[in-house]
Ligand binder design. Structure first.
Ligand SMILES: NC(=O)c1ccc[n+]([C@@H]2O[C@H](COP(=O)([O-])OP(=O)(O)OC[C@H]3O[C@@H](n4cnc5c(N)ncnc54)[C@H](OP(=O)(O)O)[C@@H]3O)[C@@H](O)[C@H]2O)c1
Length: 266
């Protein structure tokens, strides 16, 4: 008699729409039971019912506002103590695209609280248990705007640059531990994020827009190929290698211990 295959569980934040909802479906198709986190209970419940029926897995809605202390703490506890958790998808995020001077401090902080603080807290909560079990995968959804600022994206780009640097640092710290971090940097993807952001989806160049299905399929294909950093829409993979080489040379150039000659300081 063979042992039943061990239970596999994934937790996806921001699963009530867009990229997160597709991740939930695709992970269920791979046999994962799910915890799906977002604020809209009706959407989460409908998705859980649909996914459970389609894929024969358990899918549990968890209604939480990840900008609220008690709600984040509740999800941290699940992430830290759910012994079967193998994948954490830090996907929940918002964009408020407007010049910083026209953005209130509260609006700026709401983006930072979700895109940076919640992602960091859930990652930090997952790490000790993942390290003890010597396995686990954290998928962090950043954005192509992690390496690009527009006049309306100073705050959003800043939050995604944090996700990029945090994830890259973690990947080095976690080398050889069995715990993995995949960083995904989508470009424009057709979701509700745009209409909520202040830049309507209809205003975007359709040729630059990816579907959520294609975005998640590419990200999971990258994961299956062992990528730690996935640019779903970038055809020329050598661009990232060149960017990294230049970034690394720039950092090496900072290690001089004296002002650069062009400043002519005696
Ligand atoms: N769409 C793009 O072009 C694009 C490009 C690059 C990166 N991304 C990133 O992809 C991720 C997913 O976004 P999306 O495009 O799929 O947009 P979306 O359809 O608007 O999804 C955002 C998700 O986050 C959840 N969410 C928002 N505020 C929350 C809060 N306070 N607490 C808990 N959950 C919250 C939303 O659910 P509720 O409203 O039900 O809470 C929703 O499920 C984000 O991190 C985004 O920055 C998107």
């Amino acid at each position: 008699m063979t042992n039943p295959s061990p239970k596999k569980v994934a937790l996806v934040t921001g699963a009530s729409s867009g990229i997160g909802a597709v991740y939930a479906d695709r992970l269920a198709a791979r046999g994962y039971d799910l915890f799906l986190v977002a604020r809209r209970a009706d959407r989460l419940e409908a998705l859980c019912t649909q996914i459970a029926k389609a894929h024969g897995v358990k899918a549990e809605p968890i209604v939480a506002d990840l900008t609220q202390e008690q709600d984040v703490a509740r999800i941290e506890t699940i992430v830290a103590t759910q012994g079967d958790l193998q994948i954490l998808v830090n996907n929940a995020g918002v964009a408020r695209l407007a010049p910083a001077a026209q953005t209130s401090a509260n609006e700026a902080l709401a983006q930072i609280n979700l895109n940076i603080t919640a992602l960091t807290r859930l990652t930090q909560a997952a790490l000790p248990a993942f390290l003890t079990r010597k396995q686990g995968l954290i998928i962090n959804i950043a954005s192509a705007l992690a390496v690009h600022s527009l006049p309306i994206s100073a705050i959003y780009s800043g939050t995604k640059a944090f996700v990029l640097q945090y994830s890259r640092g973690l990947q080095q710290e976690l080398a050889d531990t069995g715990v993995k971090v995949q960083l995904v940097l989508p470009a424009s993807t057709s979701t509700e994020l745009w209409d909520l952001s202040g830049v309507p989806l209809a205003a975007l160049n359709k040729d630059t827009l990816m579907t959520t299905e294609h975005m998640v399929a590419a990200a999971l294909a990258g994961l299956d190929q062992g990528e730690t950093i996935t640019w779903p829409s970038v055809a020329d993979a050598s661009l990232w290698e060149k960017y990294e080489a230049t970034r690394s040379a720039l950092f090496a150039g900072t290690q001089a211990g004296k002002p650069a000659p062009r400043y002519q300081i005696a």
